[in-house]
Design a protein around this ligand. Structure first.
Ligand code: GCU
Length: 344
């Protein structure tokens, strides 16, 4: 029996490998299959954005390419899926910037608490594709992949099985963070005990009391069902962190100029769709979490949270000078929107 199980497991493994290694293979009709992996469900704004990406690529290059989207960490968690994209076993992956820190230090900047002072400044920064490509997206070329576009993942706040009103309440709480040094630093600076793990593990970890809570956007409560196990969401908004659509560089470089243009246009369109969908779904997530899952949303004094981690930005700038010029760039954009608000 044991042998039989081992045999079945081996056959399954072999099948998975064949799927992944056939990244460059064609389907029966001679088309090249493009595989995209992501961690969210099929109703999530990112999946809907990617459907647009697929539609546009196939509309324009459908005789040559077929795009397949793999949601729900089907091909592995973010770290694993990035590795698969790096080697070319798959072509694209959507992942949070925290997962990119180990490939290029510049990505640490997004984990900095209270980096953007307004949503407008965050969007304006990310929408400048030319600046982002030259200063950020090309930074992982050596690692074998490049970011094509960003998706809005809202703002991140703490949620837990107990109410968090002030940073004091975080003391001693085990809070899940993304698997990155800067995310750990950020949570520890708030006084919490940072517990890094992959996104897919969070629900069970809260349910089993391994951790007390996590930090994320509102969709984590509904789309990922964390609101079933954590009933208090505190609006302290410590980060606005984008997700990135990352492509295997060899594949991107293999495209003709016209083809690459289509893929870039598809990426930009997918962002447009995702952004619109995001705004709609966040409102809906708040309603569902509150009315159907009994999650309590707590409006905290954000300034108190800001003060608790006021030294972190400077510390990060000293530890990682590669982020300085992007940091200055963002400060400039921040001030433009603050000035605009004052002028109103
Ligand atoms: C959000 C974000 C993901 C990220 C996840 C996490 O859902 O969109 O990219 O991986 O949070 O906290 O791990």
């Amino acid at each position: 029996m044991k042998r039989m199980k081992k045999f079945i497991a081996l056959v399954l493994c072999a099948c998975m490998f064949t799927i992944l290694l056939s990244g460059c293979a064609s389907v029966g009709d001679g088309k090249r299959i493009i595989r995209i992996s992501h961690a969210q469900s099929e109703t999530h704004p990112e999946h809907i954005g990617l459907l647009k990406f697929k539609e546009y690529v196939e509309e324009n290059l459908g005789d040559k390419y077929e795009v397949q989207i793999y949601p729900n960490e089907l091909l592995g968690g973010a770290q694993k899926a990035i590795e698969l994209t790096q080697t070319g076993a798959i072509d694209f992956v959507v992942a949070g910037t925290a997962n990119l820190e180990t490939f290029a230090e510049i990505y640490e900047i997004f984990s900095m608490p209270y980096l953007f002072t307004s949503e407008e400044a965050y969007h304006a920064t990310m929408m400048d594709t030319e600046y982002m490509t030259e200063n950020v997206y090309e930074s992982t070329d050596e690692a074998g992949f490049r970011v094509l576009t960003w998706y809005n993942a809202g703002s991140r706040s703490f949620y837990a099985t107990k109410p968090i009103e002030t940073p004091e309440d975080l003391k001693g709480l085990k809070i899940r963070v993304q698997q990155s040094p800067a995310s750990i630093k950020m949570a520890n600076a708030f006084g919490a005990a940072a517990s890094p793990m992959s996104f897919g593990e969070v629900y069970t970890a809260i349910q089993q009391g391994v951790i007390d809570g996590a930090e994320n956007n509102e969709l984590a409560l509904t789309n990922n069902k964390h609101g079933e196990v954590a009933k208090y969401y505190s609006y302290n908004r410590h980060q606005m962190v984008p997700d990135m659509l990352i492509g295997n560089l060899k594949f991107l470089n293999s495209l003709s100029e016209e083809e690459l243009k289509i893929f870039e246009e598809a990426a930009a369109l997918s962002t447009e769709v995702e952004l619109e969908e995001w705004d709609v779904q966040v409102e809906e997530a708040k309603r569902i979490a509150q009315e159907e899952m009994n999650v309590e949303f707590i409006d905290v004094d954000v300034q108190v949270f800001r003060d608790a981690v006021s030294s972190v930005q400077d510390e990060m700038l000293v530890e990682n000078p590669t982020i300085q010029s992007l940091y200055d760039h963002i400060q400039e954009i921040n001030s433009q929107y603050e000035d605009a608000e004052e002028g109103n």
